[in-house]
Structure formats: structure tokens, C-alpha cells
Ligand binder design. Sequence first.
Ligand code: NZQ
Ligand code: ZN
Length: 386
Amino acid sequence: MNNFDFYNPVKIAFGKGKISEINKLIPANAKILMLYGGGSIKKNGIYKQAVNALENHDFIEFSGIEPNPRYETAMKAVELVKKEKIDFLLAVGGGSVIDATKFIAAAAKYEGDDPWDILANYAKVTDALPIGTILTLPATGSEMNGNSVLTKAATKEKLAFGSPLVLPKFSILDPEVTYSLPKRQLINGVIDAYVHVIEQYLTYPVNSPVQDRFAEGILLTLIEEGKKALQNEQADYENRANIMWAATMALNGLIGVGVKTDWATHTIGHEFTALHGLDHAITLAIVLPGLLTKLKEKRSEKLLQYASRVWGIYEGSDEEKIQKAIEKTDAFFRELGAKTLLSEHEIGKETIQEIISRFENRKMAKLGMQQDVSLADVQEILESRM
Ligand code: NZQ
Ligand code: ZN
């Protein structure tokens, strides 16, 4: 196992009725900005619960954060934060609202010329406003990590940054808030969390049985609970609770310590969202089976482990087992309703060329933490997903 430091101070308040506890989690004298998205929280009662809980606090609101949040919108919130001397940010939403809030927290304290440098040029975050979150969509793990992804609408660039300074002080996870999720978003969440685990698990062995078995446990849970969620006519609390906790555990750092992580699938997937607006999870469901097929020899040891422990595949040659595991992965995404081929989204070969050029322009000749995906590989991977 590799050396690592692990630090995750995010307080999780999990369960029914927990939103009412935010008043105890935010300092009484804080001047709060509550941030949310397109208004789903007003239809499903989450807004009301939050406002009731904040009745003794001083707060104002900022709404309209888009799915795949825009830098331009976040900068409007930064202006408001400075003008109103806000000292606590409360994000109420999914990954998009939480990610935007993290960027706003860092940008409001940024001393350089242009906060876009935090995303585009790895400018160091040296200070940030404190954040709390009420998670409404289990998927990204943003509620318990220090990562954030924003899109600059002007240039269609979707870029990420990470800093321990934007780790939320607390996150409230009430599974009941997921009842109003459209099936599409619920399923997207299961797929996103699944691929988060894969990106940290399905690489190269480093003798890490604890991380591996945690990862396999999360994958098996997502398969079982994801299928149940699809079949259930009515939302079931236990099912939603298990999906919610699985998604948080998938990307809160725990399974990624000491092992070789990847993230090439995410790097490629982000380009399809930036260029064509595809849902984040769908981009992953398109790319992952192609990437695993392309890397199946290099990553054979972990793929064989995945085949047996997650999919129960014991018969056939190693090559056949690996092939079957990749097919099962694709079939799982499709069973959940994801269209996993580019042609099903009317995306043609010209987009593949455009993506390659964008990586070339950013001088990204090899992708992923393992640097084992060349641009020629990306082309082959994507052509295999037409
Ligand atoms: O805008 P609102 O009204 O909030 O509606 C949202 C949005 O339309 C809706 N929604 C959320 N909770 C709901 C609900 N509708 C009904 N009931 C509820 N309880 O769902 C839509 C999608 O929301 P969004 O926040 O965009 O989804 P998600 O949580 O999947 O976040 C996606 C973003 O997170 C980034 C993605 O790239 C994408 O930009 N990611 C962030 C990561 C991180 N911070 O660690 C890692 C991920 O890999 C990912 O890249
Ligand atoms: Zn993701």
C-alpha cells in the first residue's frame, strides 16, 4: 500500500428530520447566504424546512445555480457575498449547487486577479468562507469532499479544483429529500457513484484489501439498491438511505487512500457535458466500458478481481472473464436506463476529433492519474462507443 494522509472533518447529520438541526450547526451570529438551484427545493418542501430551521439566523438567498454550474453565475454570487459581508455559505442542492458554493467560498477570499485561475491554472486556494450543505441528490460525494467542478459558458470549459479549505463544515443527509427526484436523476446518481468507486479501485493492485473490500461493498450495494430503486413504484426510505450513504462513501476519500486512482473516465466524460450538455453520469456510462476494454491487458489483475468479487464470474479463460465483467457493467448501466453509446445521443465522429484537439491544446498528452491513457487511446475508446 502507498503512503497517505487522510483527513476528513466533515460532520454528517444523517436521517429523517435532520434538516431542523442546521440551526445548531451554524454559528448563531453568522451572516448566511443560502444558495440553491432552479427551484426544485421550493416544490418539494426542502426550502421550507431550511427556512424554518434558520428562523433565528440572519440570512439572504442566491438562487439559479444551474446543473453543471457556471463560473459566470458563481461570480455573481461572489459579488453578493462581498457586498453583503456574508460569512457563512449554506448550499441546498445536488453536486452542482454544492460545487458552485465551494468555488464561491474560495473566490470570495481569493487575492489574485482572476478567480478562474483557481480552475484553469491551479492557483492555490489559501482561504475560503465556511460552508454547510443540505444534500438533495445522492451522486457526487461533494457533500463530503473538497472537490468542485465548474463550467465557463463562454469557452465551454469544464474544469475542477480541490482544496481541504472547501470541505463542508457539515452536511445534512436526509434520505426523504430524494423522494421528489425524477427517476433520471436518481439513476444518474447511482451511475456516478458507481464510476467514482471504479476510478479508485479498478486500476493496479497495491495490496490494499481494506480499500478493495470497501470498494466492492459499495459497488455491490449500488447494484442491488439501484435496481430496487428502479423497480419500486413508491420511494422506499431504506432503499434511498442506502443509496445516499453509498454515494457519499464512494467519494469522501476513504477508498482512495493508499491506492492507485485513475479519473481518466471523468476527464473524458466532462468534455461531452461541456460540448453537448450530456448529464455527467451518462458521459461516464458511455466512456467507462470503452476505457476498460482498451486497458484490459494493463489492468487485468484488478479486472479479474472485479469480475469474480462483484459479478460472480468464475468460469472461462481470464480474457473471457474480463470481457464478461465489462459487458455486465455496460448492461447494468443500460438496465438502469442509460444510453451508453454516442450514436444514441446523436454525437458523431467530429466530436471525438474536437475532444482530442481540446486535450492537445491543454497539453494533456496522457490522461488519468496513472497516465496510461494516451490521446490515441482516447480516440480508440470513443470510436468503440459509437
Ligand atoms: O436546480 P435544482 O432545482 O436544484 O434541480 C436539480 C437539477 O435540475 C435537480 N434536483 C436536485 N435535487 C432534487 C432535484 N429535483 C428534485 N428533487 C430533488 N431532491 O436535479 C438536477 C441535477 O442536479 P445536479 O446538482 O446538477 O446533479 P448532481 O448532484 O449529479 O451534480 C452534478 C455536478 O456535479 C459534478 C458534475 O460534474 C456536475 O457538474 N461533480 C462533482 C463532483 C465532486 N464535487 O466531487 C464529482 C463528480 O464526479 C462530478 O464531476
Ligand atoms: Zn462523477
